[in-house]
Every structure is written in structure tokens, then in C-alpha cells.
Design a protein around this ligand. Structure first.
Ligand code: 6GU
Length: 228
């Protein structure tokens, strides 16, 4: 997979790609990530990329020309499955969306800033808009890093244990059950007997029941809906 990230602050977003699982997936060439500094596509030598909004109102808006220049250059080089815009006024990211995107070949992610981008950018180029939750961040960069992490860890070969992504919270609309490791007793707190029993069908049943209980208690909304 190839991911092209268009941003006003490349430095802000680079670090998550330089560590741990994501770094290893890049080293193993399972994914390529390219950062494009929007200022390099600016209208003038002062690096102008934003302007006041028509009709008045606080906050600057990213202009269409620099974004068009950057995206058009990428389009001339390869085909893209999706051009994603990170913005709080969009559908919230969920596991199903991450699963779908993890099988894409090439994607572009555009991150907003200030008041966002000129609506015509969204109309002309964007095929998918994604928010990461019902709160506002100061820019889309951290949200883009979250999206990339959620996608990249699902690419086959990225996680050592192929099954571990499948048993994550949310893969079956349930939160993950509790997990324990040594010691089996600590400060009078014992690991549930069943986990030490070696009875794997029973252990699976216990894990499922715990997952359902946890979901009922913390996220009952997950049990009632089948929506995207
Ligand atoms: Cl994608 N961008 C910004 N600026 N804030 C957010 C967000 C995105 N998702 C949730 N809050």
C-alpha cells in the first residue's frame, strides 16, 4: 500500500511513522508513506496557502489552488483508490472503515487546518471524509496519524501474530475481554480459575461472555446497531 499525506505540518505527523509496528511495516516495504508539504505548492514565494473566508467570519480557509496542484501531480503518477479528507464534520472512523481501507493500493489523505478547506476541494477531489470522534482537534494531522495506524496494522504481514488483529475490540462489534499474565495471584487478586484450566472451548466461551458483559456495561450502543 502507498499512502500520500498532504499537510501544512509534515513535522507534526511524521513521528508516529518512525516507531514500533508502523516503522517496521515501512521497513518491511509492506507500506510506503509520503508526506507532501502544502506550502511547497503555495501561490507565491511567501508561501500563501490560505485566505479569509468569503462572507466573513473568523478563521482562515485553505485555498483550492495549492491543493489542486499537489493532488494533480499525484494523479498524474498513479491511480488512487480513495482521496480522504480528515475533518470533524464527517462520519466517525470505525473498524469497518479501517478494514475496507486496509485493502486499498494507493490512498491520498488531506489534512485540514484552521477553518478547513474551500468546499470546492471537497467537491472536486474528495471521495471519503473521515472524523475520528466528536471533539475538535486543532488540525487533521493527528487524526490522519490515527487513521494510518488503524489501517496499517491490518495489512497482512504487519502484525506478527496474524490472528491478533482479528481478535481486537470492535472486530465483532464487541469490546475485548479482560486479559491476565503472570503471576496468577497478586496482592490477593487471583486470575480467574477458568483461564488456568487448559479447557480451551470453555475459555473461549468465558471470553465471549466477558466481552458481551463489558460491551453491555460500557458501550451498549454497539449491541443495538448494525450501521456502518
Ligand atoms: Cl479529522 N480533524 C479535526 N481537526 N478535528 C477532529 C477530527 C479531524 N476528528 C475529530 N476531531
Amino acid at each position: 500500500m502507498r499512502i500520500d499525506i498532504i499537510t501544512v505540518s509534515p513535522e507534526l505527523i511524521k513521528s508516529p511513522f518512525e516507531h514500533s509496528i508502523i516503522k517496521r511495516s515501512i521497513d518491511k516495504k509492506l507500506v510506503e508513506v509520503h508526506f507532501h508539504d502544502l506550502r511547497k505548492y503555495a501561490l507565491n514565494k511567501y508561501g500563501k496557502i490560505d485566505d479569509y473566508q468569503f462572507g466573513g467570519g473568523a478563521g482562515m480557509v485553505l485555498m483550492i489552488e495549492p491543493i489542486d496542484k499537489c493532488i494533480s501531480q499525484l494523479f498524474s503518477q498513479r491511480k488512487y483508490d480513495e482521496v480522504i479528507y480528515m475533518t470533524p464534520d464527517a462520519k466517525t472512523l470505525n473498524q469497518k472503515t479501517a478494514n475496507k481501507l486496509s485493502s486499498a493500493k494507493n490512498i491520498i489523505i488531506l489534512t485540514g487546518h484552521y477553518k478547513g478547506v474551500d468546499q470546492r476541494v471537497r467537491d472536486k477531489f474528495i471521495t471519503k471524509e473521515i472524523s475520528i470522534g466528536d471533539y475538535v482537534l486543532s488540525g487533521g494531522e493527528l487524526a490522519a496519524a490515527v487513521l494510518c495506524d488503524a489501517i496499517i496494522r491490518l495489512i497482512p504481514g504487519v502484525l506478527g501474530d496474524e490472528t491478533s488483529a482479528l481478535t481486537d475490540s470492535f472486530q465483532d462489534d464487541l469490546l475485548a475481554p479482560p486479559v491476565y499474565t503472570r503471576p496468577s495471584e497478586y496482592d490477593n487478586m487471583k486470575v480467574p480459575e477458568i483461564l488456568l484450566s487448559g479447557n480451551f472451548p470453555k475459555i473461549e466461551q468465558w471470553r465471549h461472555d466477558e466481552a458481551v458483559n463489558r460491551t453491555k456495561k460500557i458501550r451498549p450502543d454497539l449491541l443495538n446497531t448494525n450501521e456502518d
